[in-house]
Design a protein around this ligand. Structure first.
Ligand SMILES: [Zn+2]
Length: 272
């Protein structure tokens, strides 16, 4: 706690005033452009590695960046009552957010645990909320990992029943460079896109084409961000020489504003 309190003092002495000014600027009109689901891992600092500013994005974090599928909540007459669907409703239906991002990462402890539970089912602890959370919401991801390991780097199908337009294919780790747990983590991100589309509250937004969901992945030890390209069917590193291609694809796929960065729009971005 001492470190936390010392951090607060440092914050007061450095960025506090600037932040307060930014809070005041958006006071009456906060318009976050995206909702990001990411892992609670302490190494995941999404506002740093996207350089997001005050008011830019909603962030929801949990162990393994999981969004429970609607069918996990029981019959359709029951309301999906946990943070994740509630956040989707708040951001998309009430807040008009048009982009939802799921961002996973390498060496994810939750994914490592999910992989471990699958490899050794007897390790499942019936008293552990974490084990239940992972097993209940991770079994589809595990199933797809098995398919990937069995078939090799061939396209995997991710099909959405509620929103067929959101279905896609993915080639996970085409050159087999990642360990199985990191393949699992990438598959997990993509499975969450399907899980998001299962929520009835978003049906209208999908049908009207005003909601777009994206998969991102962060390589912790290299500090590199990836975006899943539905056209290329794989995760593509986001860097200076891939940026334009990724933006072009987003423009083709999303007929809504992408929430442009002024620096990039003004041509101050220099590809390296
Ligand atoms: Zn994690």
């Amino acid at each position: 706690m001492q470190r936390i309190l010392r951090g607060v003092i440092q914050y007061r002495q450095t960025v506090r005033q600037e932040l307060v000014e930014q809070f005041k600027q958006i006071k009456d009109n906060p318009q976050p452009k995206a909702l990001m689901f990411t892992c609670m891992d302490s190494r995941m600092l999404p506002t740093r590695f996207t350089q997001a500013k005050v008011g830019d994005i909603f962030v929801v974090r949990n162990a393994g960046n999981l969004i429970p599928d609607a069918c996990n909540y029981g019959h359709s007459s029951e309301v999906s009552c946990t943070t994740e669907p509630a956040a989707l409703e708040l951001a998309v239906k009430r807040g008009g957010v048009k982009h939802v991002i799921v961002c996973g990462h390498s060496d994810c402890k939750a994914m490592n645990m999910l992989f471990g539970l699958h490899s050794c089912p007897s390790a499942f602890d019936h008293t552990s909320p974490m084990d239940h959370w992972l097993r209940k919401n991770g079994h589809r991801t595990m199933k797809k990992l098995n398919e990937r390991l069995y078939k090799g780097p061939k396209p995997l199908r991710f099909d959405s029943e509620i929103a067929p337009s959101q279905s896609f294919e993915a080639i996970i780790d085409p050159f087999d460079r990642l360990k199985a747990e990191d393949k699992l983590s990438q598959i997990n991100v993509l499975q969450q896109l399907i899980n998001i589309s299962s929520h009835d509250a978003l049906r209208e937004a999908f049908e009207e084409g005003r909601l777009h969901i994206h998969g991102m992945w962060f390589d912790v030890y290299k500090g590199e961000d990836y975006l899943f390209s539905k056209e290329r069917r794989q995760f593509v590193i986001i860097k200076e020489d891939t940026f334009e291609g990724l933006i072009d694809e987003l423009h083709r796929r999303c007929d809504v504003p992408l929430g442009e960065c002024p620096d990039i729009a003004a041509g101050q971005f220099t590809p390296g």
